[in-house]
Design a protein. Structure first.
Length: 341
């Protein structure tokens, strides 16, 4: 995050463990490796390290990865990200850190932001960083993870959870969602959207993990809710009733609601709120419109309603959000601020 004074990029340390999944290892480098400021300076510095001296780290593929840095990098990081790995041993079999990994984790400075991708959450939990806190992981691993770490409040329905200084994501590609969210949180929607556009991924995915759990393949002749969502996005500034959305697909409200949740992982009402929050963010960042007008154009009706929704979703007021991101800085979020669901 940008601070006053001499420019220094936000340092992201990616901790590579044996058995790591190459795809997850590459996500932080792809997402955090692009953002630049108006002067062309990179906003992040991404460094890969291991929990031991520099050398080869085994992957779950038929190749290894050479890390040029050891655990000392963790002491210099502003954010530490732990990608997924599947090395058998004390961590995944018993839920405890090896002495080597415990020593590496002890180097992390207080206040450093921590994040995990997929089963990287085991590391955070075994280090005691998730006790009494919400977290997520791949839906297929959530039950086992909860049994191993009963003090963690596991939510297997979401793509990621932002609990302030600790963030966790669901499996595999949800790491992209999490990293884009951190860019958006640090430097605003415009920067995150630019990264998403060049990565050729949506800047924000609707719903949670429920939509990816295996179910019988639906009849391809059955209608979807795609047209209703497109219809709603074109009129977020207007009052939108559930029956109006259902009518776009010629469905009953009950059928539409069920189908919508199956396709997006959230209810129509939750989805509308998510889209209106995103619209408000864009207007706050890119315009000088009065708060009442931002609220009307994003569909919240009143500035007070918008304030309540943004406070819940982002952990900051609209005024604070605009002041921070129109100036190009990053938001300081209170502990416990959650991710949009």
């Amino acid at each position: 995050m940008a601070n006053a004074g001499e420019f220094r990029p936000h340092r992201v340390a990616v901790l590579a463990l044996d058995g790591l999944l190459p795809f997850e290892l590459g996500i932080p480098h792809r997402i955090f490796g692009r953002p630049r400021d108006a002067s062309g300076r990179y906003l992040y510095e991404v460094v890969t390290c291991s929990a031991r001296p520099p050398g080869m780290v085994e992957t779950d593929a038929d190749f290894a990865v050479h890390t040029a840095h050891g655990p000392e990098v963790l002491a210099t990081a502003d954010t530490v990200i732990v990608p997924a790995s599947y090395e058998a041993g004390p961590l995944y079999d018993e839920g405890r850190l090896t002495d080597e990994l415990a020593a590496a984790f002890a180097l992390i400075r207080p206040g450093t932001r921590l994040a995990s991708i997929c089963t990287g959450v085991y590391v955070l939990a075994a280090a005691g960083r998730l006790d009494g806190r919400p977290a997520t992981t791949h839906w297929a691993d959530a039950e086992r993870f909860q049994r191993m770490f009963p003090k963690v409040r596991v939510d297997a329905d979401v793509l990621f959870i932002d609990d302030g200084d600790v963030l966790t994501s669901a499996g595999v590609a949800a790491g992209v969602d999490l990293c884009l969210h951190m860019v958006r949180r640090d430097f605003g929607t415009a920067v995150a959207n630019d990264v998403a556009r060049h990565t050729v991924v949506p800047p924000h995915r609707d719903g949670g993990q429920a939509q990816y759990i295996h179910r019988p393949v639906p009849d391809p002749q059955l209608a979807t809710t795609t047209a209703a969502r497109a219809w709603a996005l074109g009129r977020l500034h207007e009052p939108i009733q559930l029956r109006d959305m259902a009518a776009q697909e010629s469905m009953s409200v009950r059928t539409f609601t069920r189908r919508f949740r199956e396709e997006t992982g959230v209810s129509p009402g939750q989805w509308l709120t998510q889209q209106r929050v995103e619209r408000a963010r864009q207007l706050l960042e890119s315009t000088g419109l009065p708060m009442d007008q931002v609220a009307r154009e994003s569909g919240f009706g009143t500035a007070q309603s918008m304030r309540q929704h943004l406070q819940t979703a982002l952990g900051v007021t609209p005024t604070a959000y605009r002041r921070t991101f129109r100036a190009g800085g990053g938001v300081e979020r209170p502990e416990g601020a959650g991710a949009p669901r």
